[in-house]
Design a protein around this ligand. Structure first.
Ligand SMILES: [Zn+2]
Length: 536
């Protein structure tokens, strides 16, 4: 059989590319327009540790057409290639290469070795990318490229962050992340999606919160008894109906419970009387007695707001009791509600998933969180605070690496206060000529309207280090360093700043006014880096 023939179109394209190459057509198109009106073009840099795919060819063709059009209209349109080099895609490939995963194993392997391998891998497919882009006919300066791994690029990103800080838009807060306590690392959402298991047996517990000023209990449902010591509030849906019901409890005593009217079916097997109805919003502000007596509560900002009923539209009346146990340390919605209400984050579990001391129930101290479920249910039962305890089967996420059950964990993180500049962002978006026009008020506009503060720190390794040095004695005293020169000045000219990556940058400490400053461990979200390209 004869060799398959290349199509005529493909041959014409290749001939054209050869002419452009020989005659330096792109370079000439720039030279001829030196001094003409400038058309600036910003392109999000792609990763070169993986191969391009169809989606890239579509987008790159559109960009190229636009720039050629502007060029033909007489504009000067310089364009440079750039490469995104940091972040999880690179780290995952290297974890695989070494057969390690999670914080413990990476630290055991050594950050220096890990990051060196990351650096070696970032341009693995650069030549393939360039060949792909050039074959499509994308005009760009391929040799004069920039990379987010470059020291001067990182320095620009530091400067951007220092400007954010100067404007009062940088702060430290909490972020609820799916977390593996064995790997001691937060997981991304797509990692979590890999690890769901069906038919997992867990407790189904109806627990009673005794109101302070009434002889009545709020009946809440939870599948995570281990999180109950971290309870900070109870939430109800303000627009739903709630009922007070009288019944006889297991000890033969009369008792009043409060639950959603739509959830009365959970009392099906019991004799009860509805004695009162109230809208959810009427319950707001009621105080209840905490299930656990935590030590040193008054050291938490906002402690005076603890143990009350709060409104939350996300409280479902489709399952449970319509009354939600809120533990800001252990749930995404819980943390959001806690932050909006100024509630403290009660972290009753340590980074390795073990129950901390000082929760008023020493028997579970040091136990792995899942192992604390049963003793906690027994403890509450003896105090007469359990209405019903059963087990049920549901779908639960596990760590895809080590099969440990995950938990949502509020980890300390750094944020850009996007909420403070949202109206300005919306105003600016209004002036942009969007293509296609419908995304202005559609997909993008909606996203902007719902924009929340941006968590920009990552508890990872291969990334631009956050330029924040914290006073060892006082975590609220910190310095955001804007440049290499500034850092060198602070370090008394003694620091080796040839490579700004971890672990080298972690060794840079300095003294100021008799206080020692040490860098926080986190690196920057690589989206903050690629988003800084216009400045860098
Ligand atoms: Zn794990």
């Amino acid at each position: 059989m004869a060799e398959p023939q290349k199509s005529q179109f493909a041959q014409i394209e290749e001939e054209m590319l050869e002419v452009w190459g020989k005659e330096q057509t792109f370079q000439k198109s720039l030279e001829q327009r030196e001094g003409a009106p400038y058309f600036s073009f910003y392109d999000g840099p792609p990763f070169a540790n993986g191969l391009p795919h169809f989606g890239h060819s579509l987008v790159t063709s559109i960009k190229d057409s636009m720039l050629r059009y502007k060029t033909m209209r007489g504009y000067h349109v310089p364009r440079r290639n750039g490469w995104d080099c940091h972040g999880l895609p690179v780290e995952f490939a290297i974890e695989k290469q070494f057969g390690v995963s999670g914080k413990k194993q990476i630290v055991d392997l050594g950050l220096e070795k890990f990051n060196a391998a990351c650096r070696d891998s970032i341009f693995a497919y650069k030549a393939d990318w360039e060949q792909f882009l050039q074959r499509i006919g994308r005009w760009s300066e391929y040799d004069n490229y920039y990379a987010t791994v470059d020291t001067n690029y990182t320095e620009s990103v530091w400067w951007v962050l220092s400007q954010v800080h100067k404007k009062g838009l940088l702060y430290r807060g909490y972020k609820s992340m799916p977390y593996c306590p064995r790997c001691e690392t937060p997981l991304s959402n797509f990692e979590v999606n890999d690890g769901y298991k069906d038919n997992v047996s867990d407790p189904s517990l109806y627990v009673k919160f005794k109101l302070k000023d009434e002889e009545a209990y709020l009946l809440a449902w939870t599948t995570t008894p281990w999180s109950l010591p971290g309870n900070a509030a109870v939430a109800v849906n303000p627009s739903e109906q709630y009922v007070y019901v009288n019944l006889t409890n297991d000890n033969g005593r009369p008792e009043t419970l409060i639950l959603s009217k739509k959830r009365l079916q959970i009392l099906d097997k019991i004799d009860y009387n509805v004695v009162k109805e109230a809208k959810g919003e009427e319950l707001i502000g009621l105080s209840y007695e905490p299930l656990f007596q935590l030590k040193d509560l008054d050291q938490h900002a906002g402690h005076e707001k603890l143990y009350r009923v709060w409104p939350a539209a996300f409280v479902s009346v489709e399952d449970g009791s319509g009354v939600l146990h809120v533990a800001p340390a252990f749930g995404e919605d819980d943390l959001t509600l806690g932050q909006e209400s100024g509630l403290p984050v009660l972290s009753t579990i340590d980074a390795s998933g073990k129950i901390k001391g000082g929760i008023g129930f020493d028997d579970v101290e040091g136990k792995f969180f899942k192992g604390a479920d049963r003793p906690i249910v027994e403890f509450l039962t003896t105090k007469g605070l359990v209405f019903a305890a059963e087990t049920f089967q549901h779908t639960y996420p596990f760590c895809w690496r080590c099969e440990t059950p995950l938990l949502y964990y509020a980890i300390s993180a750094w944020f850009v206060k996007v909420s403070a500049i949202k109206s300005e962002l919306l105003k600016t978006a209004e002036e942009i000529n969007w293509t296609p026009a419908h995304i202005k008020n559609g997909r993008f506009g909606k996203w902007l309207e719902g924009a929340r503060d941006w968590g920009i720190s990552r508890n990872r390794y291969w990334g631009a280090p956050l330029p924040i040095w914290v006073n060892e004695q006082d975590e609220n005293d910190y310095i955001v360093v804007e440049s290499i020169a500034k850092l060198q000045e602070l370090a008394g000219g003694q620091a080796n700043l040839d490579d700004l990556h971890r672990p080298f940058i972690d060794k840079v400490t300095f003294e100021k006014d008799g206080k020692t400053y040490r860098r926080i461990e986190e690196v920057l979200d690589c989206w903050f880096e690629s988003g800084s390209m216009a400045v860098a």
